[in-house]
Write a protein that binds this ligand. Structure first.
Ligand code: R5P
Length: 311
């Protein structure tokens, strides 16, 4: 059975795919994922996958080619008679428009779920979705795992005294509560208001941070403003030190300046997305989720429970 496990990757994050393959002890599946001279994506699977349990590792954030490569690869594997195709999305892109909260906006995450399913994926493995209800946008089995074990292990190893975990907005409160429990820390919440698509303002801080060492946990960093504005407020309220733990380092170019100037000691992200060339003056730390994803793939392949990956 193990022989039938094949792991493929597009061009979104080949390094992570290689690390996952190393963990699983398999070679990466042979495929050409390139483009025609005019730029259209062209895929060719270069090995026999009949009856194989196939996995495609591909975060679907920008550029849009990442998503299209995934769809075309799923189609190629289906037509090559793979027994099963699982889309492994370390980062599920297009997640932020997940409800109709304004007139004339799409529900992009539902659209992407439809596209992945229609292309022929039979399962999805993903990590730290922007909102967990996105699971319900898929009518195929979806395993939603968390980077928490990796981030928790890191922060535990630092043995930070007087620790308070901070949720930078209401959306991340549930996640932050889970971190605070595991890290034996108190909990605080920043009441954030989004003023523009790329900016936020802090309305309130709920909880005590004076004299505390703080870790802010969030699912994604884009411009870095959510984190930076929260950090400034926490500092104003007397926090001793401020660190950040985020699953997806989506860093927009402007994040370097914003985070570089923020009163933050350390920004810890995972490699769910390819590392960006960011100079945060030594503040940036990247942890790998390759073993976590590799183990999840192994268990899916062996039809074993994934529950123990959550502790
Ligand atoms: C918002 O709901 C998310 O959890 C993140 O806080 C947000 O997307 C981060 O964006 P930025 O870094 O641009 O503030």
């Amino acid at each position: 059975m193990v022989d039938s496990l094949r792991v493929f990757a597009g061009n979104a994050h080949p390094r992570l795919a290689e690390q996952i393959c190393a963990y699983l002890g398999v070679d990466r599946g042979e495929a050409e994922v390139g483009a025609f001279p005019d730029g259209e994506i062209r895929v060719k699977i270069n090995e026999n996958v009949r009856g194989c349990d196939t996995f495609i590792v591909q975060p679907t954030g920008a550029p849009a080619e990442n998503l299209v490569e995934l769809l075309v690869m799923i189609d190629a594997l289906r037509r090559a008679s793979a027994r099963r195709v699982t889309a492994v999305l370390p980062y599920f892109g297009y997640a932020r428009q997940d409800r109709k909260d304004q007139p004339r906006v799409p529900i992009s995450s539902k659209l992407v779920a439809n596209l992945i399913t229609t292309a022929g994926a039979e399962r999805v493995l993903t990590m730290d979705l922007h909102s967990s209800q996105i699971q319900g946008f898929f009518d195929i089995p979806l395993d939603h795992i968390f980077a928490a074990p990796v981030l928790i292990e890191y922060f535990q190893s630092k043995e930070i005294p007087n620790l308070t975990v901070v949720a930078p907005d209401v959306g991340s409160l549930k996640m932050a509560r889970a971190y605070s429990k595991r890290l034996n820390a108190s909990l605080a919440l920043v009441d954030k208001r989004r003023t523009r698509v790329d900016d936020t303002e802090v309305m309130n801080l709920i909880g005590e941070v004076e004299g505390r060492n703080v870790v802010i946990f969030d699912d994604v960093i884009s411009t870095g403003r959510t984190i930076a504005r929260a950090a400034v407020e926490l500092k104003k309220r007397g926090a001793t030190s401020i660190r950040v733990g985020v699953t997806h380092g989506g860093f927009a170019p402007v994040a370097q300046e914003i985070l570089g100037e923020a009163p933050i000691e350390e920004v810890v992200v995972t490699d769910s997305l390819p590392p960006k060339s960011m100079d945060l003056g030594g503040k940036l730390q990247t942890l790998t989720v390759s073993r976590l994803l590799g183990e999840a793939i192994r268990r899916i392949h062996e039809e074993r429970s994934l529950s123990s990956l959550f502790v």
